[in-house]
Write a protein that binds this ligand. Sequence first.
Ligand SMILES: Nc1ncnc2c1ncn2[C@@H]1O[C@H](COP(=O)(O)OP(=O)(O)OP(=O)(O)O)[C@@H](O)[C@H]1O
Length: 256
Amino acid sequence: MSQTTEKLVYETNDLNLWYGNTHALKNINLSIQEKEITAIIGPSGCGKSTFLKTLNRMVELVPSVKTSGDIKYHDANILNKNFRPEDLRTKVGMVFQKPNPFPKSVYENVAYGPKIHGIRNKKLLDEIVEKSLRDAYIWDEVKDRLKENAYGLSGGQQQRLCIARTLAIEPDVILMDEPTSALDPISTLKVEELVQNLKKDYSIIIVTHNMQQAARISDKTAFFLNGEVIEFDATETLFSNPSDQRTEDYITGRFG
Ligand SMILES: Nc1ncnc2c1ncn2[C@@H]1O[C@H](COP(=O)(O)OP(=O)(O)OP(=O)(O)O)[C@@H](O)[C@H]1O
């Protein structure tokens, strides 16, 4: 493991998480490479979203949560009491299942983050907005609608706008929690293409119920079951030659 350490974005060591008495994550040991797409798959309730939300410490918004073990983000243990979760906010972006634009204009949705980080120069903001929208494959569709309310966009456009909003703060990692589950097949393909293109600049961790999607777009896949990682491997290997019977049962649709 040591020879690849410099390329890891996250490394979890014996990570456990409880919601009250519910043991939701059990001894998770995962090494996540930089500039790859890592897919998290598994049946409902197996801990996929919980795992994603530990990576930006959002899970701590639930008062009953307790954790043990550690999560290294580059060199810092983000579960350490002295680590400030705010330090992750600009580094780790998140895209949710349902597109959640602000009730503001398309432009303001993207400019919001940079403005919070103190950028006031209009020309610079214009450049950031255009670049983020281009990188999210939505510029051509919205360049004449920048002043319109984002709620007027289609669901697929809203999701790409939310991705643009994430890109505008130049994160290091993008966490995606079933980002296409609310989208039609064409919007889904657009977002998949976009995600694949983003991996040259970002490390992406994506939770998906759609196994074809994991197989199509990810480099590595982790199969979760009842809060445990059953198997973690190169996506091609995991889908074509799984080493655990439970993985095989899941990917062949025998349960879940
Ligand atoms: N806020 C919470 N309070 C208490 N228990 C929770 C909370 N959120 C999740 N859990 C429990 O933790 C376990 C893992 O849930 P999680 O949402 O991470 O699963 P998931 O694999 O993402 O499921 P799905 O695919 O249905 O979204 C489940 O048993 C769930 O009931």
